[in-house]
Design a protein around this ligand. Structure first.
Ligand SMILES: Cc1cc2nc3c(=O)[nH]c(=O)nc-3n(C[C@H](O)[C@H](O)[C@H](O)COP(=O)(O)OP(=O)(O)OC[C@H]3O[C@@H](n4cnc5c(N)ncnc54)[C@H](O)[C@@H]3O)c2cc1C
Ligand code: SF4
Length: 328
């Protein structure tokens, strides 16, 4: 464990990107510190995002929502704009941890949280810390992946990230060479190719802002999650759904599943089934049935298959009910 740590205050965001690029793995951006200060082998030099100018704000302009990367999840919950224009994000934020956690956790930090896998968190040697093999594959895998598993079976746990995938959000990233914009899907590393990493950001790349189109009474969505405890807990399974009513048809359908695969999982068959078909409530059940096709549960997590099917059904129904116009 690296201790003590040094906090640095570069003169601005551009200087921070250059400093972090020069430090390589020895430096990192610090959000609320919930993850970073809890990790083994944390970097020696930290640059708090609150030193880097305005990175904590929520704006709605020309039907676009823009959120500073250092905005806390508590600020999302308290925002009438988020509740009004991005309600699945509001639904997700209010289910993260406790009020104390939400007051500290930043949006970017939530997207970049490392897996909760108990083997990894408790320091067991595994692919995530550079050693061959995954003890969860044959061990206690109650909470692990049922889709896209292997070589790692850890699961994607960012509730906020799941909704941002469904909202087709983009991320503005400050780099030493200037800003770049990437999609949520582009943020995450391919776990088959590089199981040790979850995201693709290089040293010196700082998430600055998250942007997406606001929801309205035709483009609607929902976030739902199931937990072991109602108090606060990570999801056993979660789902984010958005779709658009385009002249009476399902369009721009997005369904994302959390806590079931190493990255946010897309049940493509459910999406293809609904996309461009006339709005009709009777299509929701077969779409939900398709969401579990291809599931490959491990020895102790077959319960997730049924959980996912029912969760997707509930989310599709709730989203349907939110359309201002529907035939049935
Ligand atoms: C008890 C508990 C319960 C929780 N429950 C949930 C839950 O139900 N659902 C859920 O989704 N999460 C949950 N979490 C996870 C929690 O939301 C994250 O730990 C938190 O959001 C991390 O944010 P942070 O600002 O503290 O990150 P930090 O620890 O500051 O940073 C995390 C990582 O992100 C990097 N980083 C931070 N900001 C930036 C930036 N702007 N650009 C680039 N890199 C950056 C850091 O360098 C670090 O690598 C829970 C956590 C705890 C402790
Ligand atoms: S699931 Fe991933 S994080 Fe957990 S033990 Fe296996 S390789 Fe490590």
């Amino acid at each position: 464990m690296t201790w003590p740590i040094t906090l640095e205050r570069p003169k601005d965001l551009a200087a921070a990107t250059r400093r972090l690029a020069a430090l390589g793995g020895k430096g990192a951006v610090l959000g609320g510190g919930l993850e970073l200060l809890d990790m083994r082998n944390r970097p020696e030099i930290l640059i708090p995002t609150r030193f880097l100018g305005p990175m904590s704000y929520i704006e709605v302009r020309s039907a676009e929502v823009r959120i500073g990367a250092a905005t806390t999840l508590g600020e999302l919950v308290d925002s009438s704009s988020i509740r009004h224009y991005a309600w699945p994000l509001w639904e997700a934020a209010r289910l993260v941890g406790s009020p104390q956690i939400r007051a500290q956790a930043t949006l970017a930090g939530n997207l970049l949280q490392r897996p909760r896998c108990w083997y990894f968190r408790n320091g067991f040697p595994c692919l995530k810390n550079g050693v061959e093999g995954c003890p969860a594959e044959t061990g206690d895998n109650r909470h692990h992946a049922i889709f896209d598993g292997g070589p790692t079976y850890s699961v994607y746990h960012s509730d906020i990230g799941l909704v941002l995938h469904a909202l087709q959000a983009t991320l503005a990233i400050a780099t030493p060479e200037g800003d770049k914009v990437i999609s949520m899907f582009d943020l995450y590393a391919d776990p088959k190719k590089d199981p040790a990493r979850e995201h693709v950001l290089k040293p010196g790349e700082i998430i600055r802002e998250i942007r997406f189109r606001q929801l309205d009474n035709r483009w609607v969505g929902t976030f739902l999650k199931v937990r072991d405890r109602r108090g606060f807990d990570f999801a056993l399974a979660s789902v984010a759904v958005t779709y658009n009513n385009y002249y009476g048809k399902f369009s721009s359908v997005r369904i994302l599943l959390g806590a079931v695969a190493p990255r946010a999982y897309v049940p493509q068959k459910s999406i293809d089934f609904l996309q461009n078909r006339k709005l009709n409530r009777s299509l929701l059940a077969p779409a939900a049935d398709l969401s579990i096709e291809g599931a490959q549960p491990l020895a102790h997590n077959a319960y997730k298959v049924h959980l996912v099917r029912n969760l997707v059904m509930r989310a599709l129904e709730k989203t349907y009910d939110r359309l201002s116009w529907k035939p049935d």
